[in-house]
Structure formats: structure tokens, C-alpha cells
Ligand binder design. Structure first.
Ligand code: HEC
Ligand code: HEC
Length: 421
């Protein structure tokens, strides 16, 4: 019973397996090794990361960074008593669980829906809004605090008014305490606040407002504007959180190996995004919010068919007559700190007529639908639209940039790395 183990065959198989293993490890390693970024690409990608985000600055609101104002603003943001029938707060449309948006194409009118008011636009996030000078898709407000006053009095949004807001601040112990500590005593008798009134809103509210003595009007306006400044202070704390892209950028900045921090597709998308020969994205979606905060005509004013929205050109007129703008009496800014108003582009029709504010791309994958009218449901649809708009001759700022299906997929994957986790 001689057992012949020739030994030959198993050994051979072993070697073969060994080589195959080594070869596949090498293959895998080389596949993992993403192509090195050029200095130019590195610089551009770093400019998009939170490493480049400076502290927000609004000279028209001296309370923006005050922790007590932030605390008061947070209470107000979630307080339905700012609305006409105590049913709607800021957070009814800017829902924290939905990235401070509402997931709807257009915001739903909460009041007076059938009274002939134009439809509301898509609800943008308020995360990072403190880093923008212009608020709204058309920039009709030039600060976060003057913006906050607008939905409170908008007939379709909260349908409230400044007298009711003043009553709330004076009548609620917590608010009154916080308010007086921050802004000083309020010299208004509650008896003077019997009739609801506002220069915005219904004819009746307007009539009541112009019957109030000028001195009382200006006291009410002060309380109202300070309420806006507290709301703005809270929103100033809503800094965009760190994302996978930012962690990739940190590695890039520190000289650590960044290979593998993004998937191959995401990495390809990142490189495409900063390649101005292939895409134009960085011209408008730049800086750490991936938005220049400015207005651009990308041919989106009228492609949706039924409604034409002229966008920025009307926003320019509205911000100039806003009593709470940077030059207004209740602004904390010196005249020379309102250069954005003095030098804003007013007659440049290419950018203003049909121009909308470049939205941030941070957390965009989680905040569908897209565009000022919520016409697109997916990021693929948005980018497809770019490719089509740019190739058809239209009055738009877009250049022609043909992209393949794979390239569009890569850009979408890149935008996904900017998601809040
Ligand atoms: C009925 C829904 C609704 C309510 C309530 C509401 N908003 Fe909005 N918000 C919107 C919509 C819609 C827009 C965009 C409108 C536009 O551009 O014309 C917007 C825009 C904004 C913006 C500008 C963001 C940007 O990127 O331009 C800020 C900031 C904001 N809202 C804060 C608030 C605050 C603060 C409150 C409460 C005082 C509030 N909102 C109440 C729907 C709402
Ligand atoms: C000329 C300026 C400009 C260029 C170039 C540009 N965008 Fe935009 N982008 C905008 C403006 C303005 C809007 C909003 C349009 C609207 O609401 O009607 C927008 C909207 C978007 C949105 C929707 C975001 C949201 O929350 O609604 C995405 C996604 C987007 N752009 C991605 C890109 C990508 C990717 C590229 C490059 C392929 C690109 N953009 C090129 C200005 C630009």
C-alpha cells in the first residue's frame, strides 16, 4: 500500500493560484490608483470645500452673531404664532428633516390661495443662506433679516402683520425678556396695538396702518425689524455641515493620500466639474457653497411653458423700494457698507431678465425638486436640460457643452458627495 503522492500536480496548482492572486492584487491596486490631480484641479477643488468658508458677514445686522439673538430667533423660527391663525411657522416650509426645504415643486400657499396671487416658487434651503447677500430666487431682499419679515406679512405664506408680531413679543414673557435684554425697553402701550395694521397685505391692513401716528409706526417697525434680526441670527448658525467631499478635500490639502476617498465615478465627476473646457459649471456654482450668489440667465424663465417668470429684473426694482434694505433707517450698516445695492447690475438685461440666483449644490441630491419652479425631479434631468439649452440657440448665458450619458452620471455622482449625512 504505497501511497504515491506525486506532489507535482498540487504544487503546480498552488503556484498558478499564487500568481493569479498576485496579479489580481496588482490589477486591483492599479485600478484603485486614481489619476493624480493637476495643481490647477487641486486648487479649484479646494476652493469648493468648507476649508474656504469664511465667517458670514452682514453689517446691516449687528446682532447676527449674538448667542441670545440666536436663541430668540430659534424660538421664533418654529413659532406658529407668527402667522395669522397660529398654524404656520417658518419651519412649516423650511422643514429641518428635509434639509430646510419642503420637498414640493412649489411651496403651497397657506392662505388666500384663490385670491389671484401669483404662485409661490420652489422653497430653497436656508442652510448657508447667511453667506449670501441676496435672498430669494430673484434677490428682492438684500439681507437675511429683511427677508425674514417678508413671509410673515405675505398674504399667501403667514398672512400676519407687524402689529400682531409686536403684540406677540410684548405679550409673551419669554420673548419680552429676551427682547429687552438684547434691544432695550419697548416704549409701546399694549393699548396702542388694538387694530391690526401693515403697509403690506390687504387694503384694510394698509388703511389701518396709515391712520397710526408716525411715531407709533416707527416704534412698531423697530420691534418688527429686530424680530427679523433675531430670526436671521438663528439662521446664521445654520452652517453647511461637513460632507464626504470636504473630507476628501482635507486629505488633498494636507498632502495625505486621497486616492479612494471618492469612488471612481465621483472622482471623474469632480474633475469634470472643474474642467471649464468640458463644462461651465464652475462659472456660477463656485466657492464653498457651490454658488456665486449671483443671478444668471440659463434660459429657465419660460421653458416651463405656461408661466413666464422674469426673475431678477423684478427683484432689482423690489429691493430698491424695500424700506428694510441696507440703506433703510433700521439697518445697522454705514452707507459705505451697502455697496452691493449701489453697484448692483440694473440694466444688464442678459443677467437680469429671466435671471435667477444660482442655488447651492450642497445637499442638492436630497432637496429635489429643482429650479425656481421645481420643474425637475432629478439631477440627471437638470444636467440634461443644460446640455439641451446650451446647444439650442436661445438667449442664455450658457455655452454649448455636449456631455455624454456617462459624463452626466459622473457629475450627478459628484454632487452626491456634497450631501449632508
Ligand atoms: C409657505 C411656505 C413658506 C414659509 C411659511 C416661509 N418660507 Fe421662506 N421661502 C419660501 C419660498 C417659496 C421661498 C422662495 C421664494 C422666492 O424666491 O420667490 C423662500 C425663501 C426663503 C429664503 C431665501 C433663501 C434663498 O436662498 O434665497 C429664506 C432665508 C427664507 N425663506 C426664510 C424664511 C423664514 C425666516 C420664514 C419665517 C419667518 C420663512 N422663510 C417662511 C417658502 C416659505
Ligand atoms: C451661467 C450660470 C450657470 C452655469 C454655467 C451652471 N449653472 Fe446650474 N444653476 C444656475 C442657475 C441660475 C440655476 C437656477 C435656475 C432656475 O431656478 O431657474 C441653477 C440650478 C442648478 C441646479 C438645481 C439646484 C436646485 O436646488 O434647484 C443644479 C443641480 C445645477 N444647477 C447644476 C449645475 C451643473 C452640474 C452645471 C455644469 C454642468 C451647472 N449647473 C452650470 C446657474 C448656472
Amino acid at each position: 500500500m504505497t501511497k504515491h503522492f506525486s506532489g507535482n500536480k498540487p504544487v503546480n496548482t498552488c503556484y498558478a493560484l499564487y500568481y493569479i492572486l498576485c496579479f489580481s492584487v496588482l490589477l486591483l491596486l492599479s485600478a484603485c490608483q486614481q489619476p493624480q490631480l493637476s495643481e490647477r484641479e487641486t486648487k479649484r477643488l479646494l476652493s469648493l470645500s468648507l476649508l474656504s468658508l469664511k465667517a458670514p458677514n452682514d453689517p446691516s445686522n449687528r446682532y447676527a452673531h449674538d448667542p441670545q439673538a440666536q436663541q430668540m430667533g430659534e424660538l421664533l423660527f418654529f413659532d406658529t404664532r407668527l402667522s395669522n391663525d397660529n398654524s404656520v411657522s417658518c419651519a412649516s416650509c423650511h422643514i429641518p428633516e428635509l434639509g430646510f426645504t419642503d420637498g414640493l415643486p412649489r411651496a403651497e400657499a397657506q392662505f388666500n390661495a384663490n385670491d389671484g396671487y401669483p404662485p409661490l416658487r420652489n422653497t430653497p434651503t436656508v442652510v448657508g443662506s447667511a453667506w449670501h447677500t441676496w435672498q430669494y430666487w430673484d434677490g428682492r431682499r438684500d439681507s437675511l433679516w429683511s427677508q425674514a419679515l417678508t413671509p410673515i406679512e405675505a398674504p399667501t405664506e403667514m398672512d400676519g402683520n407687524r402689529v400682531a408680531v409686536t403684540r406677540l413679543i410684548l405679550g409673551d414673557n419669554k420673548y419680552r425678556q429676551l427682547y429687552e435684554k438684547l434691544f432695550g425697553p419697548v416704549a409701546i402701550n399694549e393699548g396702542d396695538l388694538q387694530t391690526l395694521a401693515s403697509p403690506m397685505g390687504s387694503q384694510a391692513l394698509k388703511r389701518n396702518w396709515y391712520q397710526l401716528p408716525k411715531v407709533l409706526q416707527s416704534k412698531i417697525n423697530r420691534v418688527f425689524s429686530n424680530t427679523g434680526k433675531a430670526l436671521a441670527a438663528y439662521q446664521t448658525t445654520l452652517r453647511p455641515p461637513e460632507t464626504r467631499f470636504d473630507r476628501f478635500a482635507e486629505k488633498l490639502a494636507s498632502g495625505d493620500s486621497y486616492s479612494g476617498a471618492l469612488s471612481d465615478l465621483e472622482y471623474q465627476g469632480a474633475r469634470l466639474f472643474v474642467n471649464e473646457k468640458k463644462t461651465q459649471c464652475l462659472e456660477c456654482h463656485n466657492g464653498p457653497l457651490l454658488s456665486n450668489g449671483d443671478f444668471h440667465n440659463i434660459g429657465s424663465a419660460n421653458v416651463s411653458g405656461d408661466t413666464i417668470d422674469l426673475g431678477r429684473i423684478l427683484g432689482v426694482q423690489a429691493v430698491l423700494i424695500d424700506e428694510f434694505n441696507c440703506h433703510g433707517r433700521l439697518s445697522d450698516a454705514a452707507a459705505n457698507e451697502c455697496l452691493h445695492l449701489n453697484f448692483m447690475s440694473q440694466n444688464d438685461f442678459v443677467h437680469t431678465q429671466g435671471g435667477f440666483k444660482t442655488p447651492t449644490l450642497r445637499n442638492a441630491a436630497n432637496t429635489a425638486p429643482y429650479f425656481h419652479d421645481g420643474r425637475f425631479n432629478t439631477l440627471e434631468e437638470v444636467i440634461n436640460q443644460y446640455v439641451q439649452t446650451a446647444t439650442v440657440q436661445q438667449q442664455t448665458e450658457l455655452r454649448a457643452f455636449p456631455l455624454t450619458k456617462d459624463e452626466i452620471e459622473a457629475l450627478v455622482a459628484f454632487i452626491g458627495t456634497l450631501n449632508t449625512e
